[in-house]
Design a protein around this ligand. Structure first.
Ligand code: FES
Length: 85
């Protein structure tokens, strides 16, 4: 079944690219151009990629903590946000 009719990319092709390490619609686009014309297939590609673990996606998004671990973005809550001079 076609996922991207603009480039004739099938669901199987997207899955093969995902198996090869493409974890985001952008990476799929780099691999086969799917999603780079009208963009109408991006949500479907995202849905295909959205299942299961993807270590590379975690790296791309800057997550290095194990799954389930709380993510903190530096410093104590509220640190550096004071208006006091
Ligand atoms: S259907 Fe994929 S870019 Fe148009």
């Amino acid at each position: 079944m076609y996922v991207c009719s603009c480039f004739g990319i099938t669901e199987d092709q997207v899955k093969k690219h995902a198996d090869g390490g493409a974890c985001t619609p952008r990476q799929i686009a780099s691999a086969c151009k799917a999603g780079t014309d009208c963009g109408g297939c991006v949500r479907r590609i995202q849905a295909l990629l959205g299942r299961g673990e993807c270590p590379r996606r975690d790296l791309v998004e800057g997550r290095t903590a194990p799954a389930g671990a709380p993510v903190t973005l530096g410093g104590a809550p509220g640190a550096g946000l004071s208006d006091a001079a």
